[in-house]
Design a binder for this molecule. Structure first.
Ligand code: PLP
Length: 383
């Protein structure tokens, strides 16, 4: 059995459909399902407060942090466990020491995961949100953003890969520009982590929020947040719990953990952690990150080409892609997505501007992309 056939055999969801929607949620691999089931079975059989229960849980958390640190190029103490990308975005955005009149910068390519925490900060602290227009020129984002920085700018919050157009933003250049003005950078890594190489130290960012359920093919309800030690030290705690403290005293209060882990709070589902760990291990050891990235890159490029040749289709995604490819049709986008789903081909629409979006997973094949292109021909409204 060749490698791709073996990998696909571990993803049962692929046999029923042409699954091109990992940007929403990846297919669940058998080893991840098995790890989650095993965790639940142990909880049922042994009870949830067996003597070594918390010892095991603490080891599981440490293993998940270490895996994420290895995959993101940082140290385990720079990783906090979160629920999802949005959780990480909220913890950082609301943790800035905002004063009324302070400013945040984001772009017009963002998901609610980055935007809504900024809206909440505006509501709560009276900040101003500046939106960099980079829709048609993502490659120039650093210059566009730098022009918006003022002495009141306290945060730049944006995604590495836009969930709308699939554009990869020049995060390293943006971080360099931000740091020339002493502004921290928070990156929404929902569409980059697991889809393309990410090294937070090489990117030079301050915070990077990721999740398990998308390109990692892990469970929902499990994410991680990178925060450099220096940036984490500047951040205030919005939600505090036993996970936050190194020590505490009833009267004098809590001594927070050193770095970004001070943002961890209370009890989490161990089965999620077990699934998150299994997904990291499966992807990095069995699938191989380089193999996965190379396939994703190649398939996304093939998708751009195949779609561009379909009459009525306009491809929005620039040549440098991660795994998302967005396009517009001359017909009704929702109707096209529904008609494709009826043929077992799963893609989705995205807003602002309204488009269709496919996700090229490492487990997808060129034949699947050809099937999509062929099925689109009569639906795209072209002549
Ligand atoms: C760019 C981006 N950010 C954030 C999210 C939300 O992610 P999560 O559900 O992990 O919070 C998504 C997808 O849903 C996304 O595409």
């Amino acid at each position: 059995m060749d490698k791709l056939t073996h990998i696909r055999s571990q993803l049962p969801a692929l046999s029923a459909q042409v699954y091109l929607n990992t940007g929403t949620a990846g297919p669940l691999p058998e080893p991840v399902r098995a790890a989650m089931v095993e965790s639940l079975a142990a909880q049922a059989a042994e009870g949830r407060i067996a003597t070594d229960y918390y010892v095991k849980l603490s080891k599981l958390k440490a293993d998940v942090r270490a895996q994420h640190a290895a995959m993101l190029g940082c140290e385990p103490d720079e990783i906090a466990l979160t629920q999802n990308t949005t959780d990480g975005m909220n913890l950082v955005t609301l943790g800035v020491n905002w004063q009324p009149g302070d400013e945040a910068i984001t772009t017009n390519l963002e998901h609610p995961g980055a935007l809504f925490p900024l809206f909440a900060a505006r509501e709560r602290y009276g900040i101003t949100i500046k939106i960099a227009d980079v829709l048609d020129r993502p490659a120039d984002a650093a210059a566009v953003i730098e022009r918006l920085i003022t002495p009141r700018t306290k945060l730049i919050s944006l995604s590495h890969v836009s969930f709308i157009t699939g554009a990869v933003l020049p995060i390293r250049e943006i971080a360099e520009a931000a740091h020339r003005h002493g502004v921290p950078v928070l990156v929404d890594g929902a569409q980059s982590f697991g889809a393309m190489p990410v090294n937070v130290k090489e990117l030079g960012v301050d915070f990077y929020a990721v999740t398990a359920q998308k390109w990692l093919c892990g469970p929902e309800g499990a994410g991680a947040l990178y925060g450099s030690r220096a940036a984490a030290a500047q951040l205030r705690i919005t939600f505090a719990g036993y996970g936050t403290a190194q020590a505490y005293d009833m009267y004098s209060g809590l001594l927070p953990k050193g770095g970004v882990q001070k943002l961890e709070q209370g009890t989490v589902q161990p089965a999620n952690l077990a699934g998150q760990l299994a997904a990291c291990r499966w992807l990095s050891q069995e699938v191989g990150m380089d193999w996965a990235y190379e396939r994703i890159r190649r398939l996304a490029a093939a998708a751009r080409e195949l779609l561009a040749a379909v009459p009525g289709v306009t491809v929005l995604t620039p040549a440098e892609t991660a795994g998302l490819v967005s396009f517009q049709v001359e017909s009704d986008a929702d109707r096209a997505v529904k008609a494709l789903a009826e043929q077992g081909i799963i893609i989705r629409t995205v807003p602002h501007p309204r488009s269709l979006r496919l996700s090229a997973g490492f487990y997808n094949t060129e034949e699947e992309l050809e099937r999509l292109a062929a099925a689109l021909k009569p639906l795209a409204g072209g002549r």
